[in-house]
Design a protein around this ligand. Sequence first.
Ligand code: 6R9
Length: 572
Amino acid sequence: MKVEALPIVPGNYQLPSYEEARESFSWSDVESVFSWSMTGKMNAAYEAIDRHALSFRKNKVALYYRDENRSESYTFFDMMKNSNKAANVLTQYGNVEKGDRVFVFMPRTPELYFTILGAVKSGAIVGPLFEAFMEGAVKDRLEDSDAKVLVTTPELMERVPYDQLPALEHIFLVGDGIEEEGKFLDLNKRMNEASTSFEPVWMEKTDGLLLHYTSGSTGKPKGVLHVHQAMVQHYQTAKWVLDLQEEDIYWCTADPGWVTGTVYGIFGPWLNGVTNVIVGGRFKPENWYKVIASLGVTVWYSAPTAFRMLMGAGDALVKEHDLSSLRHVLSVGEPLNPEVVRWGMKVFNKRIHDTWWMTETGSQLICNYPSMPIKPGSMGKPIPGVEAAIVDDQGNVLPPNRMGNLAIKRGWPSMMHTIWNNEAKYESYFMPGDWYVSGDSAYMDEEGYFWFQGRIDDVIMTSGERVGPFEVESKLVEHPAVAEAGVIGKPDPVRGEIIKAFIALREGYEVTDELSEEIRQFVKKGLAAHAAPREIEFKDKLPKTRSGKIMRRVLKAWELDLPTGDLSTMED
Ligand code: 6R9
């Protein structure tokens, strides 16, 4: 499929020439920006906050926080003091020591960020949980990691089966009117009394920093362990890909329960000394535009699901707000449909830059930089310092335009260190030739752009043709009636599989046989006859993860009456 590339918009970018950087770059060059390269003392929270608090950025705003009730700002100096207080409380009353697992299970508030940074300063490995997790999901994660400390709210306590978690020694509660008793302590009260000074616990490059649980299609979620040296790539990708510059007001919409919310909601921006926006509460298109307009957000990192919802909320709403501060818009988490990119051009007059990476990879790996032409629908090219290829199941590199396993050559700094309690699982990610195999299916074109097709398990074989669900879904959402689409292969005695589409309609459209046929024809004419869904089923909404990924395996399980597997990350 030929697409029109969107040309580079001239500007002063942190990565002026992709080609040059690819030739000369080495990860060790980056280390000199960190104070540990001189002192030998390493802690990612110190580098993200204190290094700036003790510099000319002392009084620069590090955090703008907004929700329905709170509107606050904190300088780097404030962030240092507050995270020191949290570190003092965690070590004094929570007995936190180097390597202990500290979990956070609470809404996105400033206290959450103080706690995460304080826990990192105290040498703990931080396990962030989505606020919406139910009891089973909380238990699985705290149990597998032998968490010692939990920070949560009184409201969420009913989903914490602490009596079944023997390793859990202390629970800090954040809220009003908390009665301290036994293992339960009042975080805010203790923080108010705590000292604002704290000497960080100094770490080694491969000491634990974050433990992110991520679900596979079956079985229990796995704990992906990231280590302090990952900061090298958090910093460098935030600089090159997010293009963060001194004056930027940056907003990443992700929750820390998702890796995007820690790596690019905390470390990426703050390691670069940039002003970071955090918005609590529920998603509302109107509020989002207000945040951009009122704070003058310049760099905005979000996800296709959010862009599609904004698209669904209508262009008129965009026009009611002054979004002219935006200079760079990015997306992650799911394939970015070309239709969404075209919409971005129309309403923001901005190219939306897709970025590809995974919890396991710890940072962005394949991206669209400001300084390169964008091909809508493509994830872009591997960042300097990273080698990517499409390989077959034996690890042989395939030529351009062949669909296969998206693989990355081992050896980038933010790569996961292990899977918690499951070294065998960790080893299973690798193939001969030192390839890390992502589980995604993709191809590379002649110009080196990578094109996502689907998770390997989602690729459809119909009448001998391999069809990636993403291509079909992207065509479907081009149809004016379609808000979202999820496509699966359904076993068929004649064709092997047939394509079945699940569709959520935009407001104002009604389910009719005519509409169904019209949508089918739309794909047939716009894409290919064999790619048109033979079956279409309309749904009010599609099953999605909390990070906005359409759960095709759940659609498939529903369709085939199979067990749905782990659903802990599914949204309500
Ligand atoms: C950061 C994050 C990883 C999986 C990944 C892929 C999908 C992420 C994507 C994308 C197409 C992109 N994915 N970015 N697919 N285009 N730009 O999302 O981590 O939650 O672990 O998910 O998400 O399938 O393998 P994680």
